[in-house]
Design a protein around this ligand. Structure first.
Ligand code: SAM
Length: 362
């Protein structure tokens, strides 16, 4: 039976909210079309082709014309591409291509969609975790997920690491120029060290990650970049200790993921040289929910949903702390102090509002 809205309900508010929900569902449905675009390079084909008919686009992309036409129509309605009704041609603006096609651009986001199918394929296990606790273990996030994530974080390393982030710590910059040592903890597929190797040719560089497939991918990336003789990657859970001592230790988007961040912090502290620096990148969230609801970039839900889909759940899956993506500066300060660090400086990069950066020392 259909319920009539109660008379005291604000119908304008209901319509606004209903269309928000419909828009969100549309975005979720558009997700599969974006995954396919990422897999088949459809945005790249369109950007390179310039204004094209659906038939010419289908031929160029090597896909079925009927599917091409429906995909182009959906993307045009969604504002991801342009449509010229007079000429019946589809195209992309340089701005759309900057975000969806150009893998080197600092705002390349086409990579993110590659992570979505994995999250959906884990939804049954995640539902069970909601009911009984536990989580979705890291090995349930395969290649497509990590390849998407690697392309997402790579753009920050490519555009900022050597240009802005390290030079913001002049002593570290000078040490690395003179041949200092770096350990990247939680190095994932290894991209950060590849850019450091190019920017600091005298530095010695090692990456640690406890996820063996990531280290395999990192070594392959180093070989492909011709840097395998300069950069070494090793499978290691750093809570078990970090061999060697370093001028710089980095964690890029790692601490909030660590099942056991407290012992990890202590091991990082031990592995630094007395005047060494620990450089941390985290997402720009707060530990405080209301601050994330009021986030100036409007990304609070991005943080908590990413956390539930991956960051928190993979830590809870192994009985970890489950810090979660919205760790924020407050929690980072607490963990650093507990790890034995006494100096904590937040560094702001106006061109990187999406991240937080901390310079931490003894
Ligand atoms: C979100 S990924 C970040 C990867 C990479 N730093 C980047 O920015 O692309 C977090 C990584 O931390 C690693 N990690 C978490 N806890 C770890 C630990 N105790 N020891 C080593 N690596 C760890 C995970 O395996 C994962 O590859």
């Amino acid at each position: 039976m259909c319920a009539e809205p109660a008379p005291d309900l604000d119908m304008d508010k209901i319509h606004t909210f209903a269309f928000k929900v419909l828009g969100d569902f549309t975005a979720a449905q558009m997700g599969t079309l974006s995954v396919i675009a990422d897999r088949l390079g459809l945005w790249a084909h369109l950007a390179e082709a310039g204004p094209v008919s659906s038939a010419a686009f289908a031929e160029r992309a090597g896909i079925n014309e009927r599917y091409a036409r429906e995909w182009l129509s959906a993307m045009a309605c969604h504002g991801y591409i342009e449509y010229d009704d007079g000429a019946k041609r589809f195209s992309m603006t340089p701005e759309q291509a900057f975000c969806l096609v150009n893998r080197d651009s600092p705002l390349y986001l086409g990579s993110l969609f590659g992570m979505a199918p994995t999250s959906w394929s884990n939804v049954d296990l995640l539902t069970e975790s909601f009911k009984h606790g536990g989580g979705v273990p890291q090995e349930r996030f395969g290649n497509e997920f990590w390849c998407g994530f690697e392309r997402f974080t790579r753009t920050g390393f490519r555009n900022n690491l050597v240009q802005d982030w390290i030079p913001a710590m002049p002593e570290v910059d000078a040490t690395l120029r003179a041949g200092g040592s770096v350990a990247d903890v939680g190095c994932g597929n290894g991209q950060a060290l590849l850019f450091l190797a190019q920017g600091y040719p005298a530095a010695t560089l090692v990456g640690f990650d406890n996820y063996a497939p990531a280290i395999e991918a990192a070594n392959e990336n180093a070989r492909a970049a011709g840097l395998a003789d300069r950069v070494r990657y090793e499978v290691r859970d750093v809570t078990q200790g970090i061999p060697g001592s370093y001028d710089l230790i980095t964690t890029f988007d790692v601490v909030h993921d660590m099942p056991r961040p407290r012992p990890a912090m202590q091991e990082i502290h031990k592995a630094l040289k007395p005047d060494g620096t620990y450089f941390v990148l985290e997402f720009n969230f707060s530990s405080d929910l209301q601050s994330n609801i009021d986030h100036p970039l409007g990304i609070g839900a991005f943080g908590y949903s990413a956390s539930t889909n991956y960051c928190m759940t993979q830590a809870l899956a192994v009985g970890g702390e489950g810090t979660g993506t919205c760790m924020g500066e407050e929690k980072a300060r607490e963990l650093a102090a507990e790890g034995g660090f006494t100096h904590f400086r937040r560094i702001d990069f106006p061109n990187n509002p999406f991240n937080l950066f901390f310079e931490i020392r003894s």
